[in-house]
Write a new protein. Structure first.
Length: 235
């Protein structure tokens, strides 16, 4: 269970207020580009096409949400652990079923979202809508000097939309123009697909599926008989 997955894919679900119960599957695809410059054709490449490339770095996150607790599954074959993010207690619990142990870490403290300097970026609607992974999505773009972010946002899941807005003040940096711009995009809904293009890389953050479902409460608890351990690294 990598920190990149937790911070990059799970952070948008912070501060859940019990307005959504169900399952989500998300995917991030990273590619390093050989030619410098903002090659905008990458903005129209389908995530599945990017993921099929041999040089693609692909991560999958599977999660379930119920009553202010998020369960994050590890998709790696050699590590069947899972994590529980409890927004009421403000803790994340990492659980190792093989060794029957777990440890807890506090969630980051919330911060106020800063107002970026004027002219740092622009946000514009694309004037386009389309269906992505079964969800109705509206397109927007954020442009900065050396970066383009194209976002497809949905309002099909209002319970998640409010959650995603809250993520800006919880995990994103206050001084980074990109972070501020992405935070602004959150007013338009929940992200189905965000494509981040720089002069050397492109990243696709995709919501593959969202399913409302009634989930067993035991999935969101530390199993009986598991031993609590200290945090690795002595934190």
């Amino acid at each position: 269970m990598t920190l990149r997955l937790i911070a990059g894919l799970i952070a948008p679900l912070l501060l859940v207020q019990g307005t959504f119960e169900g399952k989500l599957r998300m995917r991030s695809i990273d590619l390093e580009l050989d030619e410098p410059g903002l090659t905008e054709s990458w903005l129209d490449v389908a995530p599945a096409t990017a993921a099929a490339r041999e040089d693609a770095d692909v991560d999958i996150a599977e999660m379930q949400v119920k009553n202010n607790v998020l369960r994050l599954e590890n998709t790696e074959e050699d590590d069947k652990g899972f994590g529980l993010v409890d927004f009421g207690r403000q803790t994340m619990t990492v659980i190792d079923p093989v060794r029957k142990m777990y440890f807890e870490v506090p969630l980051p403290a919330g911060e106020q979202t800063a107002t970026p300097p004027a002219g740092t970026y622009t946000i514009k609607p694309l004037g386009k809508t389309k269906t992505i992974n079964g969800m109705n999505a509206t397109g927007y773009e954020v442009r900065a000097k050396d970066q383009i972010v194209r976002a497809w946002m949905t309002k099909d899941f209002p319970g998640l939309t409010g959650v995603f807005r809250a993520f800006a003040s919880k995990m994103r940096g206050n001084d980074d123009p990109e972070d501020a711009a992405v935070a602004e995009l959150m007013k338009f809904g929940f992200p189905v697909l965000i494509i981040t293009l720089t002069d050397r890389s492109v990243r696709y953050d995709e919501t593959v599926s969202i399913e409302r479902a009634t989930l067993n409460a035991d999935l969101f608890k530390v199993p009986t008989g598991f031993t609590k351990q200290s945090i690795p690294g002595g934190q």
